[in-house]
Write a protein that binds this ligand. Structure first.
Ligand SMILES: [Zn+2]
Length: 217
């Protein structure tokens, strides 16, 4: 991100394609840094690893091609978190699996529809922007409500469950963990013993409130 714009490093050996894609992305308020080859791109990223939001590279980029650029970026501690999208000709779709296995965020088969391309770029960038932590109490409250819904003796409709979850979440302290999947799971396991009494108490109180004033039709 630079001056409020997403920064896209565009690696494309074909000058005409590079120009068309730059114009299109600039129209969408992105800052585009055009690179003729993968070597240039790599040198640039080594100097500027933190303000590039996406690398959009052609698989056939000169000097260092798209596959190799992807591999080198994912090997680097400083650059491995930069999302990479690889453009691949439709007739080489078999390379798709390899590219995805090597850590690409997405593959764009060419020729592509510009709007669909931008939509996917936007998704990748927004996904990276999400906070890198989550409140595991949310997951825990949902899980414990499911486990105890019979004992609580409440209506099981979607509206009532939603209301109980919301009320209960307002009664427990949030607990944040890193949003990497493994950490969420281990966080949830730990949670069971430490916070379970609080969660169950909050669910019981919330269930009583909802039972008295159900909002379902
Ligand atoms: Zn209900």
């Amino acid at each position: 991100m630079r001056n409020g714009k997403e920064v896209i490093l565009l690696v494309e050996g074909n000058e005409e394609i590079r120009r068309v894609e730059t114009d299109f992305l600039e129209d969408k308020h992105c800052e585009v840094i055009g690179m003729e080859d993968g070597k240039q791109a790599l040198d640039y990223l080594k100097e500027n690893p933190y303000d590039t939001d996406l690398v959009l590279t052609s698989i056939d980029a000169p000097v260092i091609d798209g596959k190799e650029l992807l591999r080198l970026l994912k090997l680097s501690q400083r650059m491995k978190d930069i999302p990479v999208m690889v453009k691949l000709p439709m007739d080489r779709a078999e390379d798709r699996t390899e590219v995805m296995n090597n850590g690409a965020e997405d593959v764009l088969l060419t020729p592509y529809d510009e709007r669909a391309m931008f939509h996917r770029i936007d998704n990748i960038i927004m996904a990276k922007r999400r906070p890198f932590c989550v409140n595991i109490m949310e997951e825990a409250v949902v899980r414990e409500l499911d486990r105890h819904i019979d004992e609580l003796g409440v209506c099981k409709c979607r509206q009532c469950r939603k209301d109980i979850q919301t009320l209960a979440l307002n009664r427990v302290k949030p607990k944040y963990v890193s949003s990497e999947r493994g950490k969420i799971l281990s966080g949830l396991d730990q949670l069971s013993s430490d916070y379970l009494p609080d969660i169950l108490c909050a669910l019981t109180e919330s269930a009583e409130i909802v039972k008295k004033n159900p909002r379902h039709n």
